[in-house]
Ligand binder design. Structure first.
Ligand code: AKB
Length: 348
């Protein structure tokens, strides 16, 4: 959609958490696709490598409502990619801070989206990365019985991060369909929030390492082997959750963003690409890095979080509604994406 913003405001696609793992990949992908309206927002200075790809780069906090009001005044926003979050492990050390960032910050952004839609009269696509952390499998036997869970199953998260993400899924639906429903000036017509959400599995990048997540063991193991560093895996060998490569994760987010609203039967979608055990990942890593020193030293509490997440998810709705189709299965993830790029990354 191209519109000419009012002279007083600049066209902007807002990306929060821009300096994070997902932000790096998304900004590069959007820039390479020709986008020149990227407004990066992060609590940290954006990497120098990303700065030239952004129209503006703002250091700020999504919990700062005054900052978001200034964004409303300066930009005409039609898409928001809200990537900023405190992940599952980090959130358990300060759950209240996690709530502030993950929920209050998201409400601030949903309000910005609602104000923007009302001001320019077009939908604001609000892309929200939820997580498999919203699931709570209720024990290893139940996890094994459940297999690949659908979006409406087992929604009893055991982490603050999972509770936050589930709450934001409902809040996004509220802002999209019921916002200020009793007010005389409630949103009408096209000027509404168009909330679209993907529940991401663990995401593995060849170029960046995650921080503060509980699915981090997979990328940490791979990158450690490439750096010839010993790795003590904090989950058991039989720990199993779904994963996807970063390129497929970004492609999915953009595919959902671009999908025709009439084709969408839901606001929240599962996606997955492969669901290996930690031991299966280690075996592949050892095949590529013969001297890899990988041991398994489970952290009981972090293992408990991974055990509460599903072994796999049913992503048939995403495949049917908007053509989700990951390029990388487990073998291709390593052979075509991870190994060649990680070797190159650490060779220089
Ligand atoms: C985490 O481990 O917290 C995230 C996630 C699975 O949402 N990577």
């Amino acid at each position: 959609m191209t519109t000419t913003p009012a002279p007083s405001r600049h066209a902007g696609t807002l990306i929060t958490g821009a300096n994070g793992e997902f932000g790096h990949g998304l900004i590069r992908t959007l820039y390479d696709a020709g986008r020149r309206d990227l407004v990066a927002l992060d609590v940290h200075e954006i990497d120098a490598s990303l700065r030239p790809m952004c129209r503006d780069a703002i250091v700020g906090d999504i919990t700062d409502a005054a900052l978001l009001s200034r964004l409303h005044a300066n930009y005409e926003i039609h898409s928001i990619f809200h990537l900023a979050a405190l992940l599952s492990t980090r959130s358990e050390f300060n759950p209240e801070a996690a709530h502030e960032v993950n929920v209050v910050g998201t409400v601030n952004l949903l309000k910005l989206a609602a104000d923007q839609a009302a001001s320019h009269g077009h939908p604001v696509r609000f892309m929200f990365p939820s997580s498999i952390a919203v699931y709570g499998m209720g024990g290893l036997e139940a996890k094994a019985r459940a297999g690949a869970v659908r979006e409406d199953q087992c929604l009893e998260p055991t982490t603050m991060y999972g509770c936050n993400k589930l709450a934001c899924e409902h809040l996004g639906r509220y802002y999209a369909r019921h916002y200020r429903q009793l007010a005389k000036d409630r949103p009408r017509g096209a000027g509404r929030v168009d909330f679209r959400c993907i529940r991401f599995p663990g995401v593995i990048s060849a170029f960046t390492l995650p921080s503060g997540g509980t699915s981090d063991y997979a990328p940490e193991m791979i990158h450690a082997a490439a750096k010839s560093e010993a790795y003590a895996c904090f989950v058991r060998e039989d720990a199993r959750i779904p994963f996807i490569t970063m390129p497929d994760a970004i492609e999915a987010l953009l595919k959902l963003h671009d999908a025709d609203a009439k084709a969408l039967t839901r606001t929240v979608y599962n996606i997955t690409a492969f669901a290996p055990s930690a031991g299966e990942i280690a075996a592949i890593v050892r095949r590529h890095f013969g001297k890899a020193e990988i041991t398994f030293q489970p952290d009981v509490e972090r293992q408990g979080i991974v055990d509460s997440w599903p072994a796999d998810v049913d992503d048939s709705a995403a495949r049917q509604d908007w053509g989700f189709h990951p390029r990388h299965d487990l073998n291709a993830a390593f052979e075509e994406y991870l190994i060649p790029n990680i070797r190159a990354k650490y060779a220089t």
